[in-house]
Design a protein around this ligand. Structure first.
Ligand code: ZN
Length: 51
């Protein structure tokens, strides 16, 4: 779940999610989730560490 940065509505399910590994340095893998707000249509991403 994520909050829309524009209108503050809560979006339950991401429309897309994928992981991104660090390119140069060693570091945590990041899980990126793409959300689309059903209220205002804004698309936004969130990222969190998974490893
Ligand atoms: Zn919104």
């Amino acid at each position: 779940m994520a909050k829309c940065p524009k209108c503050g509505a809560e979006v339950r399910e991401p429309i897309k999610s994928w992981t991104m590994k660090p390119k140069k340095r060693r570091g945590p893998t990041i899980l990126i989730e793409l959300y689309e707000c059903p209220n205002c249509g804004t698309k936004f991403r969130t990222g969190k560490k998974v490893a």
